[in-house]
Design a binder for this molecule. Structure first.
Ligand SMILES: C[S@@+](CC[C@H](N)C(=O)[O-])C[C@H]1O[C@@H](n2cnc3c(N)ncnc32)[C@H](O)[C@@H]1O
Length: 144
């Protein structure tokens, strides 16, 4: 499981949304700073359950991480990559890699494009769209 990469690590989670994946890794990570730029969504995440002390939520834009306090040897971004225009991916990675430790593990998870999955061309309902999920991991290079 890709989340094993985050076990016993201090995780910076980007675009945490309502905290679904935060909840999944809360018991195995050493700490999680879950961030999102949408305050209302973060409030839903905070209210989701009684969180262990190692989990904190902070409003933050994924493109502006300098003001966050903490040291992170892992990062998670679930269902965020596909929201970014291709032209912004490089700057996103530059900001992220600038905020985590060299060698930090990074887990990205998202839907994958499936040929022919266009809902209109198939005449399907949204529940029937053949979406595949993908997950990939990366490591911040130890040299910049
Ligand atoms: C599809 S949701 C994914 C939420 C969560 N990771 C999940 O998988 O359930 C995308 C999230 O990205 C957040 N978001 C979009 N742009 C952002 C940005 N520039 N910085 C931080 N969060 C952002 C939105 O507020 C939203 O919560």
């Amino acid at each position: 499981m890709p989340f094993e990469q985050l076990r016993d690590r201090h995780v910076l989670e980007l675009a945490a949304g309502t905290g679904f994946w935060t909840d999944i890794i809360a018991d195995s990570a050493l700490s999680i700073l879950a961030t999102d730029f949408n305050v209302a969504t973060l409030q839903v995440a905070k209210d989701r359950c009684t969180w262990p002390d190692c989990v904190a939520f902070v409003e933050a834009d994924a493109f502006s991480l300098d003001e966050l306090s903490g040291t992170f040897d892992a990062a998670l971004a679930a269902f965020f990559w596909s929201h970014l225009p291709l032209s912004m991916l490089d700057s996103f990675l530059e900001v992220l890699f600038g905020r985590i430790e060299p060698g930090a593990k990074v887990v990205f998870m998202d839907n994958r494009y499936v040929e022919g999955s266009n809902i209109r061309s198939l005449g399907l309902t949204t529940r029937e769209i053949p979406i595949k999920r993908g997950c990939w991991t990366a490591e911040r290079p130890t040299k910049s």
